[in-house]
Design a protein around this ligand. Structure first.
Ligand code: NAG
Ligand code: NAG
Length: 323
């Protein structure tokens, strides 16, 4: 396990060093990010990690990316608006920038899908079971039916830009999504859509909504009054920080251990024991988790009556290898 992680980290350094000569890629975003209808408008925004001389937008065609627009620029965001979009525009896009001094070209951004809504397709029907408010820990199913179209069905939650789940419907055109062991954070409004097959990324309109209400367990701290967005951002931030921290930690442990082993080949690398890995037996994806404690502030924020338990965060530190 440890030598494999070491090989992964060293491998990453080699790769990072070899691509260092290419400029880092920009990132592309769509505005609005979903729900653009045929005939509507969408803006592609290329976010640059540094200022650039030119930005190029590419559109994926069946034979590869095709340059769409060439924007001269000095800022760190370039925009390109598509007006009156047609079904042929419902493909993937990416962008790239060039700098003049010293001359250089960036990597292409990750591709972004422009999914267009085609109002000619009927929105899917949706049903929630159970319909009544449920307690934390219950399993909830949401069924979406798109009848004869049998497109890949997507489950959306209002307020989130990306679909939560997607699946192929059964022979009758019904997709069944299960939300296992729901928590109050799963409360909200859900809808479905389905993708019409083919090369172009076309979707049905979003259907009717269902509302899930999850009641907190009695005596649980539940929402401590934080707005959801802040909570999500805080959790995401802690996860990212914890992930970075464990990477640095593992890398330094492994390097220190490796150096010691090189200097004294007979010595056992004791520092491996300092990081304890926990591999759940049911984990089939060869992921490894390390348990971290997050820091809790030493002085509670004013107005807070509860001392929340330090959350446990599972950071993914190594993937893909055989056990
Ligand atoms: C929820 O589904 C899981 C997996 O099927 C099952 O183990 C669990 O008992 C279910 N929980 C409830 C409350 O039905
Ligand atoms: C959900 O649908 C109902 C009608 O079925 C509608 O009255 C309500 O406004 C919708 N809620 C949202 C958040 O769109």
């Amino acid at each position: 396990m440890a030598p494999m992680a070491l090989a992964l980290i060293l491998g990453w350094w080699v790769v990072a060093a070899s691509v260092a000569k290419k400029l880092p890629p920009p990132s592309l975003s769509l505005h609005p990010s979903q729900g653009v209808s045929l005939g509507g408008a969408v803006t592609l925004r290329c976010h640059l990690p540094q200022s650039a001389a030119r930005v190029e937008f590419y559109k994926e065609e069946s034979w590869g990316p095709v340059k769409q627009e060439d924007v001269d620029m000095a800022q760190d965001v370039a925009e390109f608006t598509l007006d009156g979009v047609k079904k042929e525009d419902a493909v993937k896009y990416c962008c790239q920038y060039r700098v003049s001094k010293p001359r250089g070209t960036s990597e292409l951004s990750d591709p972004v899908e422009l999914v267009l809504t085609d109002p000619n397709y009927p929105p899917p029907a949706i049903s929630l079971s159970p319909k009544e408010p449920v307690e934390t820990g219950a399993n909830v199913t949401i069924q979406c039916c798109n009848g004869e179209y049998k497109g890949i069905t997507f489950l959306h939650k209002d307020g989130l830009s990306a679909p939560l789940q997607h699946q192929k419907p059964d022979g009758g055109g019904t997709a069944t999504f299960t939300l296992f062991e729901v928590t109050p954070a799963d409360s909200g409004t859900y809808r479905c859509s389905y993708r019409i097959g083919g090369f172009y990324l076309l979707s049905s309109p979003l259907g009717e909504n269902v509302t899930l209400e999850v009641t907190p367990l009695p005596g649980s701290q539940g929402d401590s009054g934080w707005p959801h967005g802040t909570l999500v951002a805080a959790v995401a931030g802690s996860c990212a920080a914890a992930f970075a921290f464990i990477l640095v930690l593992v890398a330094s442990f492994l390097l220190a251990a490796r150096r010691r082993r090189i200097q004294s080949p007979g010595a056992t690398p004791r520092s491996y024991e300092a990081v304890q890995f926990q591999v759940p037996p049911a984990d089939s994806q060869a992921l490894t988790y390390a348990e971290l404690q997050t820091l809790t502030p030493s002085t509670p924020p004013p107005g807070s009556f509860t001392t929340p338990e330090p959350p446990t965060i599972y950071a993914e530190v190594g993937t893909g290898g055989p056990h």
